[in-house]
Design a protein. Sequence first.
Length: 229
Amino acid sequence: MNLSINEALFSVNEQLKIGLIHYSKIIVEESPQMIKGRTQLYQENLYLELQETPVTERPGIKEWRQLWKAFGGDPNRYRHSAESLMRRIAKQQYLAPFHSAVDLNNFFSLQFEIPVGIYDLDAIEGDVKIEVGNEKTGYEGINGRFNSLENIIHSKDALGPFGSPFVDSKRTAVTEATTNALQIFYLRPSLSEEEATKLLSSAGNMFTQVSGGEYEVHILSKENSKVQF
């Protein structure tokens, strides 16, 4: 499988980076109590922090709002997923456990303050491309409605778009039957390549400690706009 990013995106921000983790032979099931407890404690501590610092002033949230706007999107109307999650925490609407893949994905998004998506690799057809949507781009999301991706970065395969920093599609959602997955990290552009690699490796290690299997890390950037696995 080839994964690439439309090089026109770098004209908006030449430091743009997309992190990729390819998981294989994983087991998706109910999260262990250790993860549930750690996630709950993290949310409670984050709630206290957010009483002092508004969500939009968190460094990662703020940087992605600026990037969203730079691509032509409205960050107030269409909030990226990390901001949406954090706003829930600020209202003490803590995230309920779902399954290990989604729970860890949400944890990473909160921890790193960036949008993160995870997809069933066996539901993806052909190569994956990262592009910006137009007025015709969209899909049925896991929120149960059609979501427009106009002026929003998204991932697409041979069948069409399937993921974005906004809301993910129903078609490629990870389930407890998933054994191979693709996780996409919409990294902060200000991160160095070294920092981004450490972040992805940390996430991959934690994910496979819980779900088993193996992982490999890739980064799409201006210097490396196409990878293969």
